[in-house]
Design a protein around this ligand. Structure first.
Ligand code: ZN
Length: 200
């Protein structure tokens, strides 16, 4: 587990098996998880923390949600789209604010990568999961131009100074650096094209 602040930590993503990073926010009553990963070693580490758990699911992909059944979270927050895959939980349809010692802000994150993405903001950090990533289309990595604009507008409304990005070796990255990269991609959009190609 890697500590980012008094209340915020994370457990690193793995590639075999494929598992996203798990974000941890230590509240006064609950341990809040942003994604639950999909690796038995991570699950064991989480189960070893003796606090009631609540989970916020970034999106439906199994590397982010696969371990849910083994975590015994007493509350699960997800988007309506993710709920189609998971089958239960509290649907987040707009901003949700929770005070558990830590101030939590769950928000809808428009995303090219996946429908129904959620972010979680707390304590100067914003967990973004895979939400700001591109999608694959015909073997190319692309952004949907309209969605990318919505992603950028959403990020502008956040107050966090550090963005936390799943699968990124750096994980915690300065907000300005991340938005500058996305702005650069958005600046290359062409009127007649719905998608913007990502340069390798
Ligand atoms: Zn994903």
């Amino acid at each position: 587990m890697i500590r980012l602040s008094e209340r915020v930590s994370y457990i690193k993503a793995t590639e075999e098996p494929l598992s996203a990073d798990v974000g941890l926010v230590f509240g006064d009553r609950c341990l809040w998880l942003y994604d639950v990963g999909n690796n038995p070693l991570i699950t064991a580490e989480l189960r070893g923390i003796d606090l009631p758990k609540a989970a916020v699911l970034s999106h439906f992909h199994p590397d982010h949600t696969g371990a849910l059944a083994d975590i015994s979270a007493k509350r699960v927050y997800l988007s309506a789209y993710t709920k189609k895959y998971i089958g239960f939980g509290e649907t987040v349809a707009d901003d949700v604010y929770i005070n558990d010692g830590a101030e939590l802000h769950i928000f809808l994150l428009p995303s090219s990568h996946s429908k129904g993405a959620l972010g979680l903001e707390t304590d100067d950090f914003a967990f973004l999961g895979d939400g700001i990533y591109s999608m694959q289309k015909g073997g190319r990595a692309v952004y949907n131009a309209t969605l990318l604009k919505d992603t950028l507008d959403c990020l502008k409304r956040l107050s966090a100074k550090t963005f936390l990005l799943s699968h990124d070796p750096q994980y915690a990255r300065p907000r300005g650096e991340v938005t500058a990269e996305l702005e650069e991609i958005y600046s290359r959009r062409r009127k007649e094209e719905a998608y913007i190609e990502v340069r390798e």
